[in-house]
Design a binder for this molecule. Structure first.
Ligand code: NAD
Length: 335
């Protein structure tokens, strides 16, 4: 089989894949696939991509022999898996590599925001000023955490929240009643969660139902002075709505590991090539730049997954996905 891995930069990862799949022809590319960055060879049977690769219909069509797309992440909103399926191309993901990793990072963001850690560190390190004036934080003990999406990551977040002495409200399309009894949290509607939580954290996948789940109509239902955390996917929160809620001081702050249109932020001026989506893309990009500079906003570059342990789990499961596909027992399929 001819297998291509896109977005692989580390030698040890190449070595791992070569050791796991010795009888196959492997190619490695440091960059993600994009219209301007296509390899000369295109006759791969399997391609493996990361979250930074937006594999749309046109790009899928570039690979005439393609049989499997293996996505090295849990979220798969960056790949048009429905189109792939219509061409009999399977798609697999890594369903559970980072449920503790991302939950831990969520709390790193909650504590950073509630105790203004980035500002404090910047003051002492950069300004050399050993003072806490105007940097008073808030306790999270005794506060209510609203968890949107109680899958693998959401439930781990709830376990950590309990240890901090927080009460938890949750919203999910498919409530896990057993877990709610065991972990002592309550399922409510999204509106009730927003109106009663001091901190809201998002752990649902991005899809047609969740795009702009937090929007201009409901963001102002959030408690005044509450905090919004997103380590899931940027498109779940309308940037416009968040921008308005922060600018009007309705929300006290936000911590975002993911941004709507984060790929444009990375590609910078390349956004100007996309004629059709130009106005909204541009507006979102400008708002993202303004958000980055707000002191009540913490933005990290989609890295909640990025620990040694989780990265190894990703490549291990990806190699396993490929082996099982070749053995005609495909696993971790998504559509
Ligand atoms: P999961 O599939 O275990 O859980 C997702 C939960 O969301 C499920 O309980 C599901 O029922 C619920 N859900 C689906 N649609 C919903 C809706 N419309 N409203 C409310 N709830 C809904 O997934 P997970 O492992 O917990 O991961 C969650 C998300 O986190 C992933 O989809 C991915 O986008 C994101 N993620 C981000 C990073 C990162 O580095 N920032 C890393 C891993 C995962």
């Amino acid at each position: 089989m001819k297998i291509a891995f896109f977005g692989i930069t580390k030698e040890e990862q190449k070595k791992f894949f070569k050791g796991s799949l010795p009888e196959h022809q492997l190619s490695f590319f440091e960059d993600p696939i994009s219209k301007g960055l296509l390899p000369d060879e295109k006759d791969f049977d399997i391609i493996s991509v990361f979250v930074n690769c937006h594999l749309d219909k046109d790009l899928i069509d570039q690979f005439p022999n393609l049989k499997l797309i293996t996505i090295r992440s849990t979220g798969f909103d960056n790949v048009d898996v429905k189109y792939a399926k219509s061409k009999n191309i399977l798609a697999s993901n890594v369903p559970a590599y980072g449920s503790h990793t991302v939950a831990e990072f969520t709390f790193a963001l909650i504590l950073s925001l509630s105790r203004k850690i980035p500002e404090v560190v910047q003051r002492v390190k950069i300004s050399g000023e050993f003072s806490y004036q105007n940097l008073q934080g808030i306790d999270i003990f005794g506060k209510t955490l609203g968890v949107v999406g109680t899958g693998k990551i959401g439930l781990n977040v709830i376990k950590i929240a309990s240890a901090f002495g927080m009460s938890v409200l949750a919203y999910d399309l498919f409530p896990d009643i057993k877990a709610s009894k065991e972990l002592n949290f309550e399922y409510v509607s999204l509106d009730e969660l927003l109106s009663k939580s001091d901190i809201v954290t998002i752990h649902a996948p991005l899809n047609a139902n969740t795009r702009h789940l937090i929007n201009e109509e409901n963001i102002f239902k959030m408690k005044e002075d509450s905090l919004l955390i997103n380590t899931s996917r940027g498109g779940i929160i309308s940037t416009d709505a968040l921008f308005k809620a922060l600018a009007s001081n309705h929300l006290k702050g936000a911590a975002l590991d993911v941004l709507e249109g984060e790929e444009d932020l990375k590609e910078g001026l390349q956004v100007f090539d996309k004629q059709q989506q130009y106005p909204q893309d541009l507006k979102t990009m400008l708002e993202n730049h303004i958000l980055i500079d707000l002191k009540q906003v913490i933005i990290t570059p989609h890295m909640a997954f990025y620990t040694k342990e989780a990265e190894f789990a990703i490549i291990e499961t990806t190699a396993e996905n490929i082996k099982m596909f070749i053995a005609q027992k495909p696993q971790n399929l998504v559509d």
